[in-house]
Design a protein around this ligand. Structure first.
Ligand code: ZN
Length: 99
């Protein structure tokens, strides 16, 4: 597979009490961990066929937090959550729209 290396839109990601993203254009976004976990787009949280959310928000710990996050290509990040969930890829387009 040939990948076109484009510069990612993200300058910096910071994990603290929330997730912060500093975008290359200078914009800053802050994401609440719980809301972000709740918005996980992976196949076990969203039904791939219907697009319906299958994740029950009440099953998410109130103190959910991100243990780590890593870049996936240059279009998304993968977050490893304190509940062990790490299959969701949060693409920058979605993040930018939410932030
Ligand atoms: Zn998920």
């Amino acid at each position: 597979m040939v990948q076109v290396r484009k510069k990612t839109r993200v300058e910096k990601i910071l994990l603290a009490d929330d997730l912060y993203i500093l975008w290359r254009d200078g914009h800053e976004s802050r994401y609440d961990f719980f809301a972000l976990r709740d918005a996980c787009p992976c196949a076990s949280c969203i039904d791939e066929i219907t697009g319906q959310k299958t994740l029950d928000p009440s099953s998410i710990a109130k103190d959910i937090h991100a243990l780590s996050c890593e870049y996936v290509g240059n279009y998304a990040i993968r977050i490893r959550w304190s509940d062990g969930h790490d299959t969701g890829l949060y693409n920058f387009k979605l993040l930018r729209e939410r932030g």
